[in-house]
Ligand binder design. Structure first.
Ligand SMILES: *[C@@H]1O[C@H](CO)[C@@H](O)[C@H](O)[C@H]1NC(C)=O
Ligand SMILES: *[C@@H]1O[C@H](CO)[C@@H](O)[C@H](O)[C@H]1NC(C)=O
Ligand SMILES: *[C@@H]1O[C@H](CO)[C@@H](O)[C@H](O)[C@H]1NC(C)=O
Ligand SMILES: *[C@@H]1O[C@H](CO)[C@@H](O)[C@H](O)[C@H]1NC(C)=O
Length: 194
């Protein structure tokens, strides 16, 4: 029974991936609306500096990290003992691995810039009446991008949790009070290596 569920899940994931890859123009977003919504910033493309636009697709790993976030949110929504009747949503943007693009996409999470959205009932059975607020952001990947987005998001008290930004600069809690990470800063890795 468990195996069947796993295969179904992999099939769904693959379909989502294909849909996603077909829609590769820049400024893309990937969303499902819930009662509480989490933002995501992932580097899916490289940046083309001369053309000042998003360039070619990056390796599959970035897409995997993004799908892992969506997978975790879906798992939480399916399990009534985690958040009971509250549905979680997500809204994900491509940073194109570039700090300025990250800053631009972070504007999508800022209350005065958010468009009012209607209930699309993406999580059937859950209550989807919206506050249309982003309660926190996952990502971005690079430290230079995290610095840009956390400065902006902290003005609106939106916490940010990066999964790969290891710069010591970001350890400054006074400068970056809303920045958190799931990886240790470089300082610890250096002392381990030494
Ligand atoms: C998200 O993408 C859809 C089409 O894929 C577009 O209609 C919508 O305006 C986009 N939203 C934002 C905030 O960019
Ligand atoms: C639901 O979440 C609880 C923990 O909150 C866990 O013990 C349980 O195994 C989960 N159920 C399913 C079906 O994943
Ligand atoms: C959750 O929703 C179900 C069905 O809508 C309802 O019967 C139940 O009482 C709700 N639980 C809570 C704690 O609100
Ligand atoms: C959904 O939630 C809102 C507030 O979060 C509440 O006012 C409304 O009654 C709920 N609707 C249902 C059908 O539970």
């Amino acid at each position: 029974m468990k195996r069947v569920e796993d295969y179904q899940f992999i099939g769904l994931l693959f379909a989502a991936l294909l849909l996603f890859l077909c829609n590769v123009e820049a400024n893309l977003n990937y969303s499902s609306i819930g009662q509480l919504n989490i933002g995501g910033l992932f580097p899916l493309h490289f940046y083309d500096e001369p053309k000042r636009t998003c360039g070619s697709l990056r390796e599959i790993g970035s897409l995997r990290r993004m799908e892992a976030m969506v997978y975790a949110i879906n798992k939480i929504n399916q399990n009534t003992s985690v958040l009971n009747n509250i549905s979680l949503g997500y809204e994900i943007y491509d940073t194109c691995s570039y700090p300025a693009e990250t800053l631009k996409q972070s504007l999508n999470f800022i209350p005065p810039y958010r468009k009012a959205s209607s209930c699309e009932c993406d999580n059937p059975g859950k209550n989807n009446s919206l506050s249309n607020e982003i309660i926190g952001v996952v990502g971005p990947q690079r430290s230079s991008s995290s610095v840009q987005s956390t400065i902006l998001l902290s003005l609106y008290n939106i916490p940010q949790v990066s999964y790969l930004s290891t710069s010591d600069e970001l350890s400054n809690d006074e400068r970056y009070p809303y920045f958190l990470r799931t990886v240790p800063p470089d300082r610890f890795q250096v002392s381990t290596v030494l």
